[in-house]
Design a protein around this ligand. Sequence first.
Ligand code: 1CP
Length: 352
Amino acid sequence: MAPNARASLNTRRRFLAPFAGQAVNPPPIWLMRQAGRYLPEYRATRDEAGSFLALCYRPELAAEVTLQPIRRYGFDAAILFADILIVPDALGQEVRFETGEGPRLDPITDEMALSRLEPSGTEAKFGLICETVQRLRQDLPEETALIGFCGAPWTVATYMVGGRGSPDQADARAWAYRDPDGFQKLIDILVEVSIDYLSGQVKAGADALQIFDSWAGSLPDNEFARWVIDPTRHMVDALKARHPGVPIIGFPRGAGASTAEFVTATGVEGVSCDTSMPLCAMRELAELDIVVQGNLDPLLLVAGGDALDRRIDETLAAMKGRRHIFNLGHGIVPQTPPENVARLVERIRSVA
Ligand code: 1CP
């Protein structure tokens, strides 16, 4: 039996129960960016690697930082330690992470520049990431699920075109308006390589996949359909054909009123909701026969105390009886006190 088929039948992994149709109480928990700078042991391993990308490409160290939050908190799922910008880096658009400044890439701003990309040359770098997955499947506790991931084509394209993170994704949006056929070629390349990349992660032992579309919210509805829904649907169709039974979670951050359409049109089995999604809307999304993940404000994990406890309780009450996975609405921020994460896990597991 393929490793993924065995894993998805493994009822000891509570994380997978909601995908098999079961609402579990308390809900499974994991947190976006659960490995990262808020943990002193992460900072030590990152220093040992020398740079962020070196850490991603050293399977033994990447596996170690993935395991660190599992050891501390016993989350129900681990997420592979890598980054959404591994894909452009593997395509030959070199990515640099400058300390304190975020990612930098040499921008690709028109169809001509696409010739700089080498979709057939991704194997070595994807291979290193998949080696991390393999190690993790060996080293993780049997009851902990392993999530593989990549960035959605639209969000990855915003970094490739802008050359860095930006508040409005203006460069990618402008290209998409100016020359939709040319921009489509970039999206098509990303769809194809991302399918292979995720498929490799499943073959290496990932139990579930998450597709991060962090900048989905910057597009008006017709553009959202073309650059967010269509590419995601292609990926989901291809991955389902290759790996039936491996759940896929979409994270169309900021999609708001378009989230239900995203769910029904893409065929994802789970949707991760950002912090601005009202709890009553999360409950409604759960009626679409999917798993709903989210959506605590990461800043509540910085604040801690009663404010944190109250919102945890409200979230649990709103989602009780639904197929819910507890998570944040966006990634943990570096100034989060690690003890507040412990408080969160303890409260969810005791109150629910
Ligand atoms: O050590 C460091 O200083 C690097 C900080 C860091 C970390 C810990 C970056 C740089 N990436 C990561 C890991 C990461 N990134 C994971 C690993 C697993 C985990 O969750 O524990 C994942 C899933 C991501 C995904 C990611 N990277 C997204 C999607 C989710 C989101 O946060 O919206 C995005 C947009 C990125 C790009 C990126 N990578 C790193 C930074 C600082 C950024 C954001 C850049 C920006 O927009 O300014």
